[in-house]
Design a protein around this ligand. Sequence first.
Ligand code: NOJ
Length: 563
Amino acid sequence: MTQQHSVIAPAQTPAKAQRSDRRGDWWRDAVIYQVYPRSFADSNGDGMGDLEGVRARLPYLRDLGIDAVWLSPFYASPQADAGYDVADYRAVDPMFGNLLDADALIRDAHGLGLRIIVDLVPNHSSDQHEWFKRALGEGPGSPLRERYHFRPGKGEHGELPPNDWESIFGGPAWTRVTEPDGSAGEWYLHLFAPEQPDFNWEHPAVGDEFRSILRFWLDIGVDGFRIDVAHGLVKAEGLPDLGSHDQLKLLGNDVMPFFDQDGVHDVYRQWRTVLDEYAGERIFVAEAWTPTVERTANYVRPDELHQAFNFQYLSTDWDAEELRTVVDRTLEAMRPVGAPATWVLSNHDVTRHATRFANPPGLGTQIRTAGDRELGLRRARAATLLMLALPGSAYVYQGEELGLPDVVDLPDEVRQDPAYFRGAGQDGFRDGCRVPIPWTRDGSSYGFGSAGSWLPQPDGWGELSIEAQTGTPGSTLELYRSALAARRTQPDLGAGDSVEWLRAPEGVLAFRRGEFVCVANTSGESVTTSAYGRLLLASGEVTEADGEAKLPADTTVWWTTTP
Ligand code: NOJ
Protein backbone atom coordinates (compact mmCIF):
# COMPACT_ATOMS: atom_id res chain seq x y z
CA MET A 1 0.00 0.00 0.00
CA THR A 2 1.28 3.45 -0.85
CA GLN A 3 0.88 6.03 1.79
CA GLN A 4 1.36 9.74 1.25
CA HIS A 5 2.50 11.33 4.48
CA SER A 6 1.69 14.85 5.33
CA VAL A 7 4.80 16.93 5.86
CA ILE A 8 4.06 17.89 9.41
CA ALA A 9 3.15 15.70 12.34
CA PRO A 10 0.58 17.28 14.67
CA ALA A 11 2.19 19.75 17.05
CA GLN A 12 2.12 18.97 20.75
CA THR A 13 0.19 21.22 23.03
CA PRO A 14 2.61 23.45 24.93
CA ALA A 15 1.53 22.01 28.26
CA LYS A 16 2.40 18.51 27.15
CA ALA A 17 5.58 19.59 25.47
CA GLN A 18 6.84 21.51 28.47
CA ARG A 19 9.55 19.82 30.49
CA SER A 20 8.38 19.88 34.05
CA ASP A 21 11.75 19.23 35.70
CA ARG A 22 14.66 21.65 36.14
CA ARG A 23 17.29 19.12 35.21
CA GLY A 24 20.82 19.76 36.39
CA ASP A 25 22.30 18.95 33.02
CA TRP A 26 19.56 20.73 31.07
CA TRP A 27 22.12 22.36 28.79
CA ARG A 28 23.50 19.13 27.37
CA ASP A 29 20.67 18.77 24.90
CA ALA A 30 19.06 22.21 25.19
CA VAL A 31 17.71 24.10 22.20
CA ILE A 32 18.76 27.69 22.73
CA TYR A 33 17.05 30.47 20.79
CA GLN A 34 19.03 33.59 19.97
CA VAL A 35 17.11 36.82 20.36
CA TYR A 36 18.68 39.81 18.69
CA PRO A 37 16.87 42.39 20.83
CA ARG A 38 16.85 45.29 18.39
CA SER A 39 15.12 43.16 15.75
CA PHE A 40 12.75 40.99 17.76
CA ALA A 41 9.85 43.13 19.01
CA ASP A 42 9.47 46.86 19.63
CA SER A 43 7.17 47.68 22.58
CA ASN A 44 7.42 51.47 22.57
CA GLY A 45 7.15 52.36 18.90
CA ASP A 46 10.62 53.79 18.36
CA GLY A 47 11.46 51.38 15.55
CA MET A 48 13.96 49.51 17.71
CA GLY A 49 13.24 46.24 19.51
CA ASP A 50 13.54 46.26 23.30
CA LEU A 51 13.47 44.10 26.42
CA GLU A 52 9.80 44.72 27.09
CA GLY A 53 9.12 43.55 23.54
CA VAL A 54 10.96 40.32 24.28
CA ARG A 55 9.15 39.87 27.59
CA ALA A 56 5.77 40.27 25.93
CA ARG A 57 6.61 37.57 23.38
CA LEU A 58 7.99 34.99 25.79
CA PRO A 59 4.84 32.86 25.51
CA TYR A 60 5.56 32.53 21.79
CA LEU A 61 9.02 31.19 22.60
CA ARG A 62 7.67 28.83 25.25
CA ASP A 63 5.14 27.48 22.74
CA LEU A 64 7.84 27.10 20.13
CA GLY A 65 9.39 24.55 22.46
CA ILE A 66 12.85 25.96 23.14
CA ASP A 67 14.69 25.58 26.44
CA ALA A 68 16.58 28.85 26.76
CA VAL A 69 16.96 32.27 25.21
CA TRP A 70 20.32 33.88 24.47
CA LEU A 71 20.01 37.65 24.30
CA SER A 72 22.53 39.58 22.24
CA PRO A 73 23.88 42.63 24.14
CA PHE A 74 21.42 45.16 25.55
CA TYR A 75 23.93 47.05 27.72
CA ALA A 76 24.60 50.77 27.69
CA SER A 77 26.40 51.34 24.41
CA PRO A 78 26.89 53.94 21.70
CA GLN A 79 25.96 51.12 19.29
CA ALA A 80 29.01 51.44 17.08
CA ASP A 81 28.75 47.67 16.62
CA ALA A 82 25.10 47.04 17.53
CA GLY A 83 25.82 46.80 21.24
CA TYR A 84 29.03 44.76 21.04
CA ASP A 85 30.72 48.00 22.15
CA VAL A 86 29.77 48.20 25.81
CA ALA A 87 30.12 51.45 27.73
CA ASP A 88 28.66 50.15 31.00
CA TYR A 89 28.41 46.42 31.64
CA ARG A 90 26.02 46.90 34.55
CA ALA A 91 23.45 49.09 32.83
CA VAL A 92 20.78 48.54 30.19
CA ASP A 93 20.87 50.93 27.27
CA PRO A 94 17.82 53.22 27.40
CA MET A 95 16.98 52.15 23.85
CA PHE A 96 16.31 48.66 25.24
CA GLY A 97 14.81 49.62 28.62
CA ASN A 98 16.33 49.53 32.09
CA LEU A 99 17.49 47.09 34.74
CA LEU A 100 13.95 46.60 36.02
CA ASP A 101 12.93 45.47 32.54
CA ALA A 102 15.82 43.01 32.48
CA ASP A 103 14.79 41.71 35.88
CA ALA A 104 11.14 41.37 34.80
CA LEU A 105 12.18 39.55 31.64
CA ILE A 106 14.30 37.06 33.55
CA ARG A 107 11.57 36.44 36.12
CA ASP A 108 8.85 35.96 33.52
CA ALA A 109 11.06 33.63 31.50
CA HIS A 110 11.71 31.51 34.56
CA GLY A 111 7.99 31.45 35.28
CA LEU A 112 7.46 29.98 31.82
CA GLY A 113 10.21 27.39 32.26
CA LEU A 114 12.68 29.23 29.99
CA ARG A 115 16.25 30.08 30.89
CA ILE A 116 18.02 33.31 30.00
CA ILE A 117 21.59 33.54 28.77
CA VAL A 118 23.11 36.98 28.31
CA ASP A 119 25.97 38.08 26.10
CA LEU A 120 29.21 39.11 27.76
CA VAL A 121 31.76 41.12 25.79
CA PRO A 122 35.12 40.79 27.55
CA ASN A 123 37.57 41.21 24.66
CA HIS A 124 36.94 44.92 24.24
CA SER A 125 34.86 47.74 25.63
CA SER A 126 33.38 50.77 23.95
CA ASP A 127 35.63 53.76 23.52
CA GLN A 128 32.97 55.46 25.66
CA HIS A 129 33.68 53.16 28.61
CA GLU A 130 34.78 55.13 31.69
CA TRP A 131 38.20 53.45 31.79
CA PHE A 132 38.98 54.23 28.17
CA LYS A 133 37.77 57.81 28.35
CA ARG A 134 40.00 58.36 31.38
CA ALA A 135 42.91 56.57 29.69
CA LEU A 136 42.65 58.99 26.80
CA GLY A 137 42.09 62.06 28.92
CA GLU A 138 44.95 61.39 31.32
CA GLY A 139 47.45 61.08 28.49
CA PRO A 140 50.56 58.88 28.13
CA GLY A 141 51.62 57.25 31.36
CA SER A 142 48.05 57.05 32.68
CA PRO A 143 47.65 53.80 34.64
CA LEU A 144 44.30 53.37 32.89
CA ARG A 145 46.16 52.93 29.59
CA GLU A 146 47.62 49.71 30.99
CA ARG A 147 44.15 48.19 31.03
CA TYR A 148 44.09 48.46 27.23
CA HIS A 149 46.89 47.98 24.69
CA PHE A 150 48.44 51.40 24.18
CA ARG A 151 51.79 51.49 22.38
CA PRO A 152 54.00 54.09 20.74
CA GLY A 153 53.95 53.89 16.96
CA LYS A 154 56.80 52.73 14.75
CA GLY A 155 58.60 54.98 12.26
CA GLU A 156 60.58 58.15 12.85
CA HIS A 157 57.66 60.04 14.32
CA GLY A 158 55.61 57.12 15.57
CA GLU A 159 53.46 57.47 12.51
CA LEU A 160 53.22 53.72 11.80
CA PRO A 161 51.09 51.25 13.74
CA PRO A 162 52.94 49.18 16.39
CA ASN A 163 52.45 45.94 14.45
CA ASP A 164 50.88 44.54 11.29
CA TRP A 165 47.63 43.20 12.73
CA GLU A 166 44.45 44.02 10.87
CA SER A 167 40.99 44.65 12.25
CA ILE A 168 38.49 41.85 11.63
CA PHE A 169 36.29 44.56 10.14
CA GLY A 170 39.04 45.66 7.75
CA GLY A 171 41.83 48.23 7.99
CA PRO A 172 44.58 48.37 10.63
CA ALA A 173 43.86 47.02 14.11
CA TRP A 174 45.42 50.17 15.59
CA THR A 175 44.25 53.76 15.87
CA ARG A 176 46.47 56.66 16.80
CA VAL A 177 45.14 58.99 19.46
CA THR A 178 45.38 62.72 19.78
CA GLU A 179 46.89 63.43 23.18
CA PRO A 180 45.37 65.98 25.57
CA ASP A 181 48.00 68.53 24.43
CA GLY A 182 46.82 68.14 20.82
CA SER A 183 49.83 66.16 19.61
CA ALA A 184 49.60 62.93 17.62
CA GLY A 185 50.29 60.32 20.25
CA GLU A 186 50.16 56.62 21.08
CA TRP A 187 48.23 53.95 19.29
CA TYR A 188 45.68 51.57 20.79
CA LEU A 189 44.68 48.11 19.66
CA HIS A 190 41.19 47.24 18.45
CA LEU A 191 40.67 43.89 16.78
CA PHE A 192 37.25 45.14 15.69
CA ALA A 193 36.09 48.74 15.11
CA PRO A 194 38.15 51.68 16.44
CA GLU A 195 35.25 52.27 18.85
CA GLN A 196 36.04 48.86 20.42
CA PRO A 197 39.44 49.07 22.17
CA ASP A 198 40.79 45.68 23.30
CA PHE A 199 41.30 45.11 27.01
CA ASN A 200 44.69 44.03 28.28
CA TRP A 201 43.89 40.79 30.08
CA GLU A 202 47.38 40.69 31.61
CA HIS A 203 46.26 43.50 33.91
CA PRO A 204 44.68 42.14 37.11
CA ALA A 205 42.06 44.91 37.26
CA VAL A 206 40.50 43.60 34.06
CA GLY A 207 40.01 40.10 35.46
CA ASP A 208 38.69 41.49 38.76
CA GLU A 209 36.22 43.69 36.94
CA PHE A 210 34.85 40.88 34.81
CA ARG A 211 34.45 38.49 37.72
CA SER A 212 32.47 41.24 39.42
CA ILE A 213 30.34 41.75 36.29
CA LEU A 214 29.63 38.02 36.20
CA ARG A 215 28.39 38.17 39.78
CA PHE A 216 26.27 41.23 39.05
CA TRP A 217 24.25 39.38 36.40
CA LEU A 218 24.28 36.05 38.23
CA ASP A 219 22.79 37.82 41.26
CA ILE A 220 20.05 39.25 39.04
CA GLY A 221 19.30 35.68 38.01
CA VAL A 222 20.69 34.95 34.56
CA ASP A 223 21.25 31.30 33.71
CA GLY A 224 24.45 31.81 31.81
CA PHE A 225 26.65 33.80 29.49
CA ARG A 226 27.52 33.68 25.83
CA ILE A 227 31.12 34.87 25.70
CA ASP A 228 31.86 37.15 22.78
CA VAL A 229 35.25 36.64 21.07
CA ALA A 230 36.10 34.09 23.76
CA HIS A 231 39.22 33.15 21.81
CA GLY A 232 40.61 36.70 21.72
CA LEU A 233 41.23 37.86 25.26
CA VAL A 234 44.90 36.92 25.53
CA LYS A 235 47.42 38.17 23.00
CA ALA A 236 50.84 36.65 22.30
CA GLU A 237 53.55 38.18 24.43
CA GLY A 238 55.11 41.26 22.85
CA LEU A 239 52.29 41.57 20.30
CA PRO A 240 54.46 40.10 17.52
CA ASP A 241 53.89 40.86 13.86
CA LEU A 242 51.84 38.35 11.97
CA GLY A 243 54.25 38.61 9.09
CA SER A 244 51.61 37.98 6.49
CA HIS A 245 49.68 40.26 4.23
CA ASP A 246 46.91 37.76 3.99
CA GLN A 247 45.43 37.78 7.43
CA LEU A 248 41.99 36.95 6.10
CA LYS A 249 43.23 33.65 4.75
CA LEU A 250 44.89 32.75 8.03
CA LEU A 251 41.90 33.65 10.17
CA GLY A 252 40.07 30.51 11.15
CA ASN A 253 42.81 28.27 9.74
CA ASP A 254 45.63 29.02 12.13
CA VAL A 255 46.31 30.01 15.71
CA MET A 256 46.92 33.76 15.52
CA PRO A 257 48.99 35.94 17.88
CA PHE A 258 45.69 37.52 18.89
CA PHE A 259 43.32 34.54 18.71
CA ASP A 260 43.17 31.17 20.42
CA GLN A 261 46.24 31.72 22.58
CA ASP A 262 46.54 29.08 25.28
CA GLY A 263 46.48 31.73 28.03
CA VAL A 264 42.74 32.32 27.57
CA HIS A 265 42.03 29.07 29.32
CA ASP A 266 43.30 30.42 32.65
CA VAL A 267 40.62 33.10 32.46
CA TYR A 268 37.87 30.55 31.95
CA ARG A 269 39.08 28.30 34.76
CA GLN A 270 38.71 31.27 37.09
CA TRP A 271 35.30 32.16 35.71
CA ARG A 272 34.11 28.60 36.17
CA THR A 273 34.79 28.74 39.89
CA VAL A 274 32.66 31.88 40.11
CA LEU A 275 29.78 30.30 38.21
CA ASP A 276 29.89 27.14 40.24
CA GLU A 277 29.27 29.11 43.42
CA TYR A 278 25.77 29.74 42.14
CA ALA A 279 22.93 27.26 42.37
CA GLY A 280 20.94 26.15 39.35
CA GLU A 281 23.50 24.81 36.86
CA ARG A 282 24.24 28.00 34.99
CA ILE A 283 26.39 27.84 31.90
CA PHE A 284 28.95 29.50 29.69
CA VAL A 285 28.96 29.18 25.92
CA ALA A 286 32.02 30.31 23.99
CA GLU A 287 32.04 32.18 20.74
CA ALA A 288 35.46 30.80 19.87
CA TRP A 289 36.51 30.76 16.23
CA THR A 290 39.35 28.27 16.25
CA PRO A 291 41.08 26.47 13.39
CA THR A 292 39.68 23.05 14.31
CA VAL A 293 36.97 21.42 16.40
CA GLU A 294 39.78 19.81 18.38
CA ARG A 295 40.99 23.25 19.48
CA THR A 296 37.41 24.29 20.18
CA ALA A 297 37.20 21.33 22.57
CA ASN A 298 39.90 22.95 24.73
CA TYR A 299 37.36 25.60 25.74
CA VAL A 300 34.94 23.04 27.12
CA ARG A 301 37.23 20.97 29.30
CA PRO A 302 35.50 20.00 32.56
CA ASP A 303 36.87 22.96 34.55
CA GLU A 304 36.25 25.57 31.84
CA LEU A 305 33.18 26.43 29.78
CA HIS A 306 30.12 24.28 29.14
CA GLN A 307 29.60 24.71 25.42
CA ALA A 308 31.25 26.29 22.41
CA PHE A 309 29.58 27.16 19.13
CA ASN A 310 30.37 24.74 16.37
CA PHE A 311 31.33 27.13 13.60
CA GLN A 312 32.83 24.33 11.56
CA TYR A 313 29.31 22.91 11.32
CA LEU A 314 27.82 26.29 10.49
CA SER A 315 30.35 26.71 7.69
CA THR A 316 29.64 23.34 6.09
CA ASP A 317 27.81 23.22 2.79
CA TRP A 318 24.70 21.11 2.24
CA ASP A 319 26.67 18.05 1.29
CA ALA A 320 26.29 14.60 2.86
CA GLU A 321 29.94 13.71 2.86
CA GLU A 322 31.13 17.01 4.29
CA LEU A 323 28.39 16.98 6.90
CA ARG A 324 29.22 13.47 7.98
CA THR A 325 32.88 14.40 8.35
CA VAL A 326 32.16 17.43 10.51
CA VAL A 327 29.65 15.51 12.64
CA ASP A 328 32.15 12.71 13.25
CA ARG A 329 35.00 15.09 14.00
CA THR A 330 32.86 17.12 16.36
CA LEU A 331 31.64 14.12 18.32
CA GLU A 332 35.15 12.68 18.48
CA ALA A 333 36.59 15.98 19.67
CA MET A 334 33.98 16.52 22.37
CA ARG A 335 33.88 12.98 23.76
CA PRO A 336 37.25 13.09 25.58
CA VAL A 337 36.37 16.34 27.37
CA GLY A 338 32.84 15.19 28.18
CA ALA A 339 31.19 18.28 26.70
CA PRO A 340 28.08 18.16 24.53
CA ALA A 341 28.46 18.89 20.86
CA THR A 342 26.62 21.98 19.69
CA TRP A 343 25.05 22.61 16.31
CA VAL A 344 24.17 25.92 14.72
CA LEU A 345 23.15 27.02 11.25
CA SER A 346 22.50 30.75 11.58
CA ASN A 347 23.25 33.73 13.81
CA HIS A 348 23.45 37.52 13.60
CA ASP A 349 26.91 37.44 11.96
CA VAL A 350 26.31 35.20 8.98
CA THR A 351 23.98 34.99 6.02
CA ARG A 352 20.87 33.08 7.06
CA HIS A 353 21.06 29.43 6.06
CA ALA A 354 17.94 29.68 3.87
CA THR A 355 19.98 32.04 1.70
CA ARG A 356 23.34 30.28 2.03
CA PHE A 357 21.77 27.07 0.76
CA ALA A 358 20.00 28.94 -2.03
CA ASN A 359 23.41 29.70 -3.53
CA PRO A 360 26.09 27.42 -4.96
CA PRO A 361 28.37 25.72 -2.41
CA GLY A 362 31.78 27.08 -1.50
CA LEU A 363 30.79 30.74 -1.08
CA GLY A 364 31.32 30.83 2.69
CA THR A 365 29.07 32.44 5.25
CA GLN A 366 28.78 35.97 3.83
CA ILE A 367 26.68 35.82 0.69
CA ARG A 368 25.33 38.74 -1.26
CA THR A 369 22.90 37.10 -3.64
CA ALA A 370 19.39 35.78 -3.06
CA GLY A 371 19.98 32.65 -5.13
CA ASP A 372 17.16 30.16 -5.69
CA ARG A 373 14.88 30.90 -2.75
CA GLU A 374 12.69 27.84 -3.11
CA LEU A 375 15.72 25.57 -3.16
CA GLY A 376 17.25 27.43 -0.21
CA LEU A 377 14.15 27.03 1.91
CA ARG A 378 13.80 23.35 1.06
CA ARG A 379 17.39 22.71 2.07
CA ALA A 380 17.15 24.93 5.13
CA ARG A 381 14.19 22.93 6.43
CA ALA A 382 16.00 19.66 5.75
CA ALA A 383 19.19 21.00 7.37
CA THR A 384 17.24 22.01 10.46
CA LEU A 385 15.76 18.56 10.92
CA LEU A 386 19.22 17.09 10.52
CA MET A 387 20.67 19.50 13.08
CA LEU A 388 17.92 18.82 15.59
CA ALA A 389 18.46 15.07 15.27
CA LEU A 390 22.12 15.21 16.29
CA PRO A 391 23.26 14.50 19.84
CA GLY A 392 23.93 17.63 21.86
CA SER A 393 22.63 21.15 22.07
CA ALA A 394 21.34 23.24 19.17
CA TYR A 395 21.11 26.98 18.56
CA VAL A 396 18.28 28.61 16.62
CA TYR A 397 18.52 32.21 15.44
CA GLN A 398 15.35 34.29 15.59
CA GLY A 399 13.40 34.14 12.35
CA GLU A 400 14.94 30.93 11.06
CA GLU A 401 11.83 29.15 12.34
CA LEU A 402 9.98 31.23 9.73
CA GLY A 403 12.41 30.24 7.00
CA LEU A 404 13.44 33.86 6.63
CA PRO A 405 15.98 34.61 3.91
CA ASP A 406 18.63 37.29 4.22
CA VAL A 407 17.59 40.67 2.86
CA VAL A 408 20.29 41.02 0.25
CA ASP A 409 19.22 44.28 -1.35
CA LEU A 410 19.30 46.75 1.53
CA PRO A 411 20.21 50.18 0.20
CA ASP A 412 23.61 51.44 1.31
CA GLU A 413 22.13 54.37 3.18
CA VAL A 414 20.28 52.18 5.68
CA ARG A 415 23.17 49.86 6.46
CA GLN A 416 24.60 49.97 9.97
CA ASP A 417 27.14 47.16 10.17
CA PRO A 418 30.52 48.79 10.85
CA ALA A 419 32.19 46.00 8.91
CA TYR A 420 30.32 47.14 5.81
CA PHE A 421 31.87 50.57 6.00
CA ARG A 422 35.37 49.39 6.76
CA GLY A 423 35.52 47.56 3.48
CA ALA A 424 37.48 44.41 3.09
CA GLY A 425 36.71 42.80 6.45
CA GLN A 426 35.70 39.18 6.77
CA ASP A 427 32.20 40.37 7.60
CA GLY A 428 30.40 43.25 6.02
CA PHE A 429 26.97 42.08 5.00
CA ARG A 430 25.54 41.32 8.39
CA ASP A 431 22.61 43.74 8.23
CA GLY A 432 20.80 41.34 5.90
CA CYS A 433 20.19 38.79 8.67
CA ARG A 434 19.28 41.47 11.20
CA VAL A 435 16.13 42.85 9.59
CA PRO A 436 13.30 42.90 12.19
CA ILE A 437 11.19 39.77 12.05
CA PRO A 438 7.54 39.76 10.90
CA TRP A 439 4.89 38.87 13.46
CA THR A 440 1.74 39.69 11.49
CA ARG A 441 0.61 39.50 7.87
CA ASP A 442 0.31 43.24 7.58
CA GLY A 443 0.14 46.37 9.70
CA SER A 444 2.97 48.62 10.79
CA SER A 445 6.31 46.82 10.42
CA TYR A 446 4.41 43.52 10.22
CA GLY A 447 3.73 43.52 13.94
CA PHE A 448 7.33 44.23 14.96
CA GLY A 449 6.26 47.58 16.38
CA SER A 450 3.89 50.46 15.86
CA ALA A 451 6.27 52.76 14.00
CA GLY A 452 8.41 51.16 11.36
CA SER A 453 11.65 49.34 11.93
CA TRP A 454 15.30 50.38 12.13
CA LEU A 455 16.08 48.40 8.98
CA PRO A 456 13.47 48.30 6.23
CA GLN A 457 11.56 45.04 5.88
CA PRO A 458 11.06 43.80 2.33
CA ASP A 459 7.71 43.47 0.58
CA GLY A 460 6.16 40.11 1.17
CA TRP A 461 7.66 39.84 4.68
CA GLY A 462 4.13 39.45 6.10
CA GLU A 463 3.58 36.20 4.18
CA LEU A 464 6.43 34.74 6.22
CA SER A 465 5.07 36.08 9.52
CA ILE A 466 4.31 34.10 12.64
CA GLU A 467 0.64 34.92 12.12
CA ALA A 468 0.67 33.60 8.55
CA GLN A 469 2.47 30.39 9.49
CA THR A 470 0.79 29.52 12.77
CA GLY A 471 -1.44 26.51 12.30
CA THR A 472 -0.64 26.33 8.60
CA PRO A 473 0.10 22.73 7.67
CA GLY A 474 3.52 22.41 6.10
CA SER A 475 4.74 25.83 7.24
CA THR A 476 8.31 26.14 8.44
CA LEU A 477 7.12 27.43 11.81
CA GLU A 478 4.99 24.33 12.34
CA LEU A 479 7.90 22.15 11.25
CA TYR A 480 10.08 23.71 13.97
CA ARG A 481 7.30 23.36 16.54
CA SER A 482 6.82 19.71 15.72
CA ALA A 483 10.55 19.02 15.74
CA LEU A 484 11.07 20.75 19.07
CA ALA A 485 8.08 18.97 20.57
CA ALA A 486 9.49 15.64 19.36
CA ARG A 487 12.81 16.39 21.06
CA ARG A 488 10.89 16.46 24.31
CA THR A 489 9.03 13.22 23.79
CA GLN A 490 11.70 11.12 22.04
CA PRO A 491 14.43 10.44 24.60
CA ASP A 492 16.99 9.48 21.94
CA LEU A 493 16.86 12.85 20.24
CA GLY A 494 19.51 15.21 21.51
CA ALA A 495 20.90 12.85 24.16
CA GLY A 496 24.18 10.95 24.05
CA ASP A 497 27.41 11.57 22.23
CA SER A 498 27.40 9.33 19.18
CA VAL A 499 25.51 8.33 16.08
CA GLU A 500 25.39 4.96 14.38
CA TRP A 501 25.72 5.57 10.65
CA LEU A 502 23.54 3.43 8.41
CA ARG A 503 24.34 2.48 4.87
CA ALA A 504 22.81 5.02 2.50
CA PRO A 505 22.89 5.98 -1.20
CA GLU A 506 25.38 8.62 -2.31
CA GLY A 507 24.44 12.09 -1.15
CA VAL A 508 22.36 10.70 1.69
CA LEU A 509 23.08 10.65 5.42
CA ALA A 510 21.37 8.04 7.53
CA PHE A 511 21.92 7.38 11.20
CA ARG A 512 20.33 5.64 14.11
CA ARG A 513 20.26 6.81 17.69
CA GLY A 514 18.54 4.21 19.87
CA GLU A 515 14.99 3.95 18.63
CA PHE A 516 15.31 6.96 16.41
CA VAL A 517 16.45 7.09 12.77
CA CYS A 518 17.22 10.19 10.71
CA VAL A 519 17.77 10.20 6.96
CA ALA A 520 18.81 13.38 5.14
CA ASN A 521 18.88 13.49 1.37
CA THR A 522 21.32 16.21 0.29
CA SER A 523 21.47 14.94 -3.26
CA GLY A 524 19.65 16.95 -5.86
CA GLU A 525 17.43 13.98 -6.71
CA SER A 526 14.82 11.87 -5.03
CA VAL A 527 16.11 8.64 -3.43
CA THR A 528 14.59 5.47 -2.08
CA THR A 529 15.65 4.13 1.32
CA SER A 530 14.24 1.73 3.87
CA ALA A 531 11.27 3.04 5.79
CA TYR A 532 12.79 2.67 9.21
CA GLY A 533 9.66 2.62 11.33
CA ARG A 534 6.88 4.99 12.24
CA LEU A 535 7.39 8.29 10.48
CA LEU A 536 7.68 11.07 13.00
CA LEU A 537 8.39 14.08 10.85
CA ALA A 538 9.66 15.04 7.43
CA SER A 539 10.77 18.31 5.92
CA GLY A 540 9.11 17.49 2.57
CA GLU A 541 6.59 15.08 1.04
CA VAL A 542 7.65 11.48 1.66
CA THR A 543 5.97 8.43 0.16
CA GLU A 544 6.17 5.03 1.83
CA ALA A 545 5.34 1.69 0.23
CA ASP A 546 6.31 -1.91 0.97
CA GLY A 547 8.87 -1.02 3.60
CA GLU A 548 10.55 1.58 1.43
CA ALA A 549 10.42 5.35 1.49
CA LYS A 550 10.86 7.79 -1.34
CA LEU A 551 12.49 11.04 -0.27
CA PRO A 552 12.40 13.98 -2.66
CA ALA A 553 15.59 15.98 -3.20
CA ASP A 554 16.78 17.96 -0.15
CA THR A 555 14.51 16.30 2.36
CA THR A 556 15.12 14.98 5.87
CA VAL A 557 12.95 12.36 7.57
CA TRP A 558 12.69 11.22 11.16
CA TRP A 559 11.45 7.75 12.08
CA THR A 560 11.00 5.96 15.36
CA THR A 561 11.17 2.21 15.68
CA THR A 562 8.76 2.27 18.60
CA PRO A 563 5.21 1.46 17.52
C1 NOJ B 1 31.18 38.66 17.63
C2 NOJ B 1 29.79 39.19 17.58
O1 NOJ B 1 28.92 38.12 17.34
C3 NOJ B 1 29.78 40.22 16.48
O2 NOJ B 1 28.48 40.63 16.17
C4 NOJ B 1 30.63 41.36 16.90
O3 NOJ B 1 30.72 42.30 15.84
C5 NOJ B 1 32.05 40.90 17.24
N1 NOJ B 1 32.06 39.71 18.04
C6 NOJ B 1 32.78 41.96 18.02
O4 NOJ B 1 32.25 42.06 19.30
